[in-house]
Design a protein around this ligand. Structure first.
Ligand code: SF4
Ligand code: SF4
Length: 85
């Protein structure tokens, strides 16, 4: 179950690869099938690895063009709820 998600604005990407290297889950790659308006292969999730995202936002922090938005899922499990009363 994914603990977070990241949304990539492909047209902002300049193909630097910093997010790919920063991702601790190794869930990202440059999309060799797409060329954006700037002429770069934009970053995206490796097919099938979206669920590996932990919402750490390392990719978004590293991106020099603010092209990534990360959401960290905040799930309250029944045991959490009990612990909090
Ligand atoms: S939020 Fe973290 S785990 Fe998710 S894609 Fe970005 S760097 Fe990887
Ligand atoms: S860090 Fe930003 S600009 Fe660089 S590859 Fe990732 S999304 Fe593209």
């Amino acid at each position: 179950m994914a603990k977070g998600s990241a949304a990539f604005e492909g047209e902002l990407c300049k193909g630097c690869g910093l997010c790919v290297n920063a991702c601790p889950q190794h869930a990202l790659e440059m999309d060799q099938t797409v060329i954006n308006r700037k002429g770069y292969h934009p970053a995206h999730f490796i097919a099938g690895r979206e669920h590996e995202c932990i919402g750490c936002a390392m990719c978004a922090v590293m991106c020099p063009d603010q092209g990534i938005e990360v959401e960290k899922f905040d799930r309250v499990t029944p045991s959490d709820a009990e612990a909090k009363g």
